[in-house]
Design a protein around this ligand. Structure first.
Ligand SMILES: [Zn+2]
Length: 60
């Protein structure tokens, strides 16, 4: 996972997906951490990794 350089809080700081999502109130305990294969491009909540990727500051 790549963190946006310059982000005041997470810049270059490896942090667990669960920790980040929990901080944002987005963590979905009923979902898996990440899909075994690539996420479906249309999926928005297939896994917690996907939810994180869809956050604006985590988009490439
Ligand atoms: Zn997924």
């Amino acid at each position: 996972m790549i963190f946006v350089t310059g982000h005041h809080q997470y810049a270059n700081e490896p942090k667990g997906i669960k920790a980040v999502l929990t901080e944002r109130g987005l963590y979905q305990p009923q979902l898996r951490g990440k899909c075994e294969n690539k996420c479906n491009v249309d999926a928005t909540n297939c896994c917690n990794k996907r939810i994180l990727e869809l956050q604006e500051d985590f988009r490439e």
